[in-house]
Design a protein around this ligand. Structure first.
Ligand code: AMP
Length: 406
């Protein structure tokens, strides 16, 4: 059934959106509003009608969503004639706790469930909820679907999701590994199965999402069995501005030296990682350029980034027993051949051998294998598409509901 699906991603001061023609998976319009609540907010939309860019004050997410809908149906710039053309809306929701193991149709109970998880993701779930409530208000005829970043990781077994702290912390405060980037890991893993014409249950995959945030996931027979991000996205790999794994005693030591909890939170989430190590930038492109010019701190930051990733890949090979494929995705994973090569270097005896020519060719949205004929474990670049993944789930769930109601 051909329909239009709107995908919405509400951040703390932004709304990103894409309108899809489904099941063709065609983007009709996409855009974003940034700096919501500030004196001047920016709006950008690109569509078959062209590109619009404007500045105006948008005080709240409700106002922002209302403006987006107005622009989508605008006589001159719009791409649809009435709001009723929007069959369903897919919402990215960061934290689904333990209650949400897959994407769901949004009901009052689902809203209450997302509210309950707000404590676990205080910066993300509240704006996600505002987007859901505004969307229900402005588009009451559309089915509303929630797609959770954490849901794919709910198959992780207790031995991988428990931390070795008193068990009451789990019971009282829900302290455990949740994992994030689930929509991306699931999308690229299933996409690879489809490219290889295999059932997802036939493959064991290590998926590396390397963007400004980075995580790696062990996927056994189509299910996440371990992932590097934990209770929050701070754990695991070195990221743009996050430290990833550190000895927690560093925090107590620094508190004794006079650092406040708030300043440490900021330091580990916003000032660490590639930015903190290099003192130059959180952007891998800038670090590559600095390393080429002989900057020693940029070189060290890149070395640590690749070393940490290699360590996790090795650990997940042990977790999976037999690994069929490694996937690289995200801004760095999709575009940076040098990082892919350095992360997999020295693993020939483990059955991984990069083909330099193939590796160099896989860039800027190109899907492809990057390992040699002889390589026992194959590595691939698969560009991620979280919005499409949300649109696919929303389409499936909304069509099912439509059928049930008919
Ligand atoms: P993301 O969060 O997925 O947008 O990824 C952001 C990261 O991807 C930054 O570190 C960028 O430096 C990196 N990135 C994006 N495009 C490229 C590129 N063409 N070459 C190398 N790194 C890139």
């Amino acid at each position: 059934m051909p329909v239009k699906i709107l995908v919405i991603n509400c951040g703390s001061s932004s709304i990103k959106y894409q309108l899809f023609d489904m099941p063709e998976e065609k983007i009709i319009a996409k855009g974003m509003i940034e700096k919501i609540g500030e004196e001047s907010s920016s709006f950008i939309q690109t569509s078959i009608k062209g590109r619009i860019e404007l500045q105006r004050q948008i005080a709240s997410h409700e106002e922002g969503l209302n403006f987006i809908i107005e622009m989508l149906i605008d006589g001159k710039e719009g791409v649809i004639s009435t709001v009723e053309d929007i069959f369903a809306v897919g919402h990215r929701v960061v934290h689904g706790g333990e209650g949400f193991t897959k994407s769901v149709l949004i009901t009052h109970e689902v809203i209450a469930g997302i509210e309950e998880c707000a404590d676990l993701a205080p910066l993300h779930n509240p704006p996600n909820l505002v987007g859901i409530k505004a969307s229900k208000m402005f588009l009451p005829h559309s089915a509303q679907v929630a797609v959770f970043d954490t849901a794919f990781h709910q198959t992780i077994p207790p031995r991988a999701y428990f931390y070795a702290v008193p068990a009451e912390l789990y019971e009282k405060h829900k302290i455990r590994r949740y994992g994030f980037h689930g929509t991306s890991h699931r999308y690229v893993a299933y996409r690879l199965a489809s490219i290889l014409k295999k059932d997802k249950r036939e493959l064991n995959i290590i998926s590396c999402h390397l963007g400004n945030g980075c995580s790696v996931t062990a996927i056994e027979k189509g299910e996440s069995v371990d992932t590097s991000m934990g209770f929050t996205p701070l754990e695991g790999l070195v990221m743009g501005t996050r430290s990833g794994d550190i000895d927690l005693a560093i925090i107590f030591y620094l508190i004794n030296k006079g650092y406040s909890v708030e300043s440490l939170n900021n330091l580990l989430n916003k000032k660490s990682g590639l930015l903190g190590l290099s003192g130059i930038s959180n952007d891998m492109r800038n670090l590559m350029a600095a390393r080429d010019k002989g900057n020693a701190r940029a070189k060290l930051a890149i070395d640590i980034f690749c070393y940490r990733l290699r360590k996790y890949i090795g650990a997940y090979m042990a977790v999976l027993g037999k690994t069929d494929a490694i996937i690289f995705t995200g801004g760095i994973g999709e575009n940076n051949a040098a990082i892919r090569k350095e992360s997999l270097s020295g693993m020939e005896s483990l059955g991984i051998e990069i083909d330099d020519e193939k590796n160099a060719k896989a860039t800027r949205g190109v899907e492809g294998e990057i390992t040699s004929e002889a390589s026992k474990i194959k590595a691939y670049v698969i560009p991620t598409d979280e919005e499409l993944s949300i649109a696919l789930d929303t389409y499936e769930i909304a069509c099912k509901q439509h059928k049930n109601q008919a």
